[in-house]
Design a binder for this molecule. Sequence first.
Ligand code: FAD
Length: 381
Amino acid sequence: MTIHSHFDYIIIGNGLAGLQLALALAEDPYFNNKQIALIDKDAKNNNDKTWSFWEKGTGRWDNIVKQVWDKALFYSSNKKLELDLKPYTYKSIQAIDFYNEAKTRLRKHTTIHFILEAVLSVEDHDKPLVKTETQTLSANHVFDSRISPEFYSEIDNYTRVIQHFKGWTIETDRPTFKVEHFTMMDYRLKDGDKTTFTYVLPFSETKALIEFTYFSPETVEEAVYDSYIERYITEVLKIEQYSISETEKGSIPMTDFPFNHYSSKNITKIGTAGGWVKGSTGYSFKHTEKKVAKIILNLKQDKKPSKNLFKNKYAFYDKVFLKVLHDENHKGEWIFEQFYTKNTVETMFKFLDEESSLKEELNIMGSLFSTAFIKAFFKTL
Ligand SMILES: Cc1cc2nc3c(=O)[nH]c(=O)nc-3n(C[C@H](O)[C@H](O)[C@H](O)COP(=O)(O)OP(=O)(O)OC[C@H]3O[C@@H](n4cnc5c(N)ncnc54)[C@H](O)[C@@H]3O)c2cc1C
């Protein structure tokens, strides 16, 4: 057995970004003889989240998709919209299925080396050094999913809204849920005038994930989510008998913090730490696929791996949107109602996937025309 201390690539973090990148490298013959270390402090044996995303037709994770929907519901305080998602479908994956699938596929490659340790520091040199609790490793290039400390120390200079939520997976004895559609956003139960809504993923007639979500500058005590989920189940869904089989909690930064500035020639920040979570939505599953594909292309063309990972115009749109949500947090319900009333879901998804045309973008901007957006637009300029 060869004991390595130098690798072609070291990937720090076996989460969504690290595992997708490792799979893309391991399964591309171009990187056949590259030695790759994957370091994580956690063995990734827990189902710590549910990832949902939209895509057209078949996708590369279909074998582990838990549920697919082609219709969604949107409720504002006084309006119900039934959204036809065609040509997209909305899919959900359990994190544990993703981790297991990725690890099984990666273990088939002798070039992949899993290291279960916390990374303490990374030094940026031509051959960057990665220090763990027990060893120092070097690499030709490091991909790092740890969020830069500057995100916490300098955040006051940027706009940050937190997408924070708790979810209960509940089970009922009697058929209760309709699996044809999931609930994208339900604003009928809100925490004051903050942007808060409930998100419901029905997995069967007797099982659903129900999440109470905030898009707000501050987080709340755990008991607050619990009380809203309970009220939603009893007051809105009118369910009396149920049991909680799983819970999930999350906090996702929605921000214009320039994460990508913390990548260099030798170290590429990936995932949340690389700014791959879309500022205006908190979604990153599909963005991760695209960013990984671009990194692979850059590596093959001998370019800096983080080159051209972002499109400036979408960063600008996200910035304006975040500014409104941050400065006028009560506007969230109105914004999303406008989005889904005045635009087709197809246009919205294309826009959020950063694949829209200028005409579609102008239509979306037009649907949000208001003093709040004009003010935010000029402040962002
Ligand atoms: C509960 C939850 C639900 C979400 N749902 C969705 C969704 O439905 N759709 C969507 O598109 N996005 C969703 N997101 C947002 C985003 O997709 C996830 O946060 C995603 O996991 C981000 O990927 P990542 O690789 O950056 O981070 P992670 O998946 O969190 O991976 C980071 C890894 O780095 C490791 N690590 C950190 N520090 C160190 C260290 N010092 N040494 C060694 N290892 C370290 C961690 O253990 C972890 O395994 C959700 C986020 C959360 C929190």
